[in-house]
Write a protein that binds this ligand. Structure first.
Ligand code: DLL
Length: 434
């Protein structure tokens, strides 16, 4: 199976423009009528729904912010009647209240379709067994991929997160060909699989996976693909818009195909908030084109990325979202230098003496920022000889200094020391915030 919905996924640019424009015009009218906080923003700018005639007018609209969602917690941003909402999801904010999203049945159907499109991109078809190891609950990962698998006509295995030994047993016994979980969790699964002597291709039949919910690097992708022998696709989503499936990599991995017949992406400058052209990095802003429960116009995600509209060899004609380099909230400013955790991961994973298990500690001592990176030695490099370990440490410290342009203390720890994650990994402790 090449596409889940060929007609939509391979539309011409003109057809896409017409569809997006028609949907936007309707959504703006709907939001103006039914979402009071946004109507007030439009009124303050003296903007009428009739001013929006096509997708080209999008930039005229005000942004929706996370603070709008929190300020109107829990239901103030819902546009559908209460009787038409059928599900709530929420994501835990790093600070303060949850951000809550309500979905109608149609919203869930659209999301399931996008998740199904994503599974096909990872290599699934109606004969697949999809092992869903994202958490089920208010977090969208589990239920999102679950309904995507069912929509595809595949078999969903709702294992949820955790209980790693049982995950391995089910993978072996059921022979799933597709897995869905966070990249940090699949690394943990691989580690346990190797310890148990289970062989990919023989005991474990996986051939593809949809990994997301947190930022991860190309180096991490290569590591997963090499050790598990699968196609590792990056999948993006956020509960406010829809869970996993808003965008996903195809086999060519030239960027995540953004399901822009339903969710329209823009990149804006993080300081001026002006729209940026394709290829430039900035904050991802998303507009829902046909959502009913909680439609959002120009929602500032805080995720940093770029868009790419070059053709993809797979034939899909959507715009593509390049790998998220991080959240603006996660960016560390160390002695005036901006550092994303993904840059640190990228340097670490290029060094074969260490493993993809690390933790970042930031502090301020005598008014100076300090950065410490704890990383596990690989079992092969693990040694009792102090001189060997010191050589690895100083090589890595030099690679890090040139990779992130700021010096860091590297602390090498024994394999298995750093806490493993079953969901989104928590990799930063910033004591400056205390
Ligand atoms: O993380 C939805 C999801 C579940 C996506 C499973 C993919 C797979 P939230 O909990 O609302 O929803 O968190 C959304 O997670 O704004 C990004 O910062 C981050 N994120 C999600 N996918 C990726 C990704 C889910 N592929 C927030 N790469 C988003 C980098 C990601 N960051």
């Amino acid at each position: 199976m090449q596409y889940f919905n060929k007609e939509r996924e391979t539309m011409s640019a003109d057809e896409r423009f017409v569809l997006q424009s028609e949907k936007l015009v309707k959504t703006v009218k709907y939001v103006y009528e039914r979402q009071k906080p946004y109507r007030e923003k439009m009124d303050a700018m003296k903007l009428k729904p009739s001013d929006i005639k096509s997708i080209k007018d999008l930039y005229k609209l005000p942004f929706t912010l996370k603070s709008d969602l929190r300020g109107n917690y829990p239901f103030g941003m819902m546009a559908a009647d209460r009787k038409d909402l059928v599900r709530l999801h929420a994501s835990s904010a790093t600070t303060g209240k949850l951000t809550v999203a309500g979905y109608t049945q149609k919203d869930l159907d659209v999301w399931a379709e996008c998740a199904a499109r994503s599974l096909v991109m990872a290599g699934a078809d109606e004969n697949s067994i999809v092992h869903v190891a994202y958490g089920y609950g208010l977090f969208t990962g589990g239920l999102g991929m679950h309904y995507g698998a069912e929509k595809l006509g595949a078999i969903a295995v709702p294992v949820s997160a955790g209980n790693t030994q049982r995950q391995l047993q089910l993978l072996t016994d059921f022979g799933a060909d597709i897995i869905c979980c966070t990249p940090s969790y699949v690394i943990y699964l691989i580690e346990e699989m190797e310890k148990a002597g289970l062989k990919p291709g023989k005991d474990i039949k996986l051939k593809g996976g949809c990994f997301g919910a947190e930022a991860w690097t190309e180096e991490m992708r290569s590591e997963i693909e090499r050790r598990l022998g699968i196609r590792a696709c990056d999948i993006y989503g956020l509960s406010e818009i829809a869970g996993p499936g808003v965008a996903c990599d195809c086999e060519y991995k030239t960027g995540m195909h953004f399901q822009d017949d339903h969710y329209y992406p823009e990149i804006v400058d993080t300081e001026t908030l002006e729209p940026l052209p394709y290829g430039e990095h900035g904050e991802l802003v998303i507009t829902t084109l046909d959502k009913e429960g909680m439609p959002l116009l120009r929602y500032r995600t805080r995720d940093i990325a770029s868009l790419d509209n070059t053709p993809c060899p797979c034939g899909r004609t959507t715009v593509k979202l390049k790998k998220i380099t991080g959240r603006s909230d996660d960016m560390l400013i160390i002695r005036g230098v901006n550092v994303f955790p993904s840059q640190i991961e990228s340097v670490l994973l290029k060094n074969p003496s260490v493993q993809p298990h690390y933790h970042i500690n930031v502090d301020r001592v005598n008014n100076l920022d300090t950065l410490e990176i704890l990383v596990e030695l690989s079992p092969e490099a693990f040694s009792d000889k102090v001189a060997d370990v010191e050589a690895i440490r100083s090589k890595l410290a030099a690679e890090m200094a040139s990779g992130i342009s700021v010096s860091a203390k590297i602390t090498l720890v024994s394999p298995g020391t750093i806490e493993r994650s079953e969901g989104k990994a928590k990799r930063i402790t910033d004591l400056r915030k205390k």
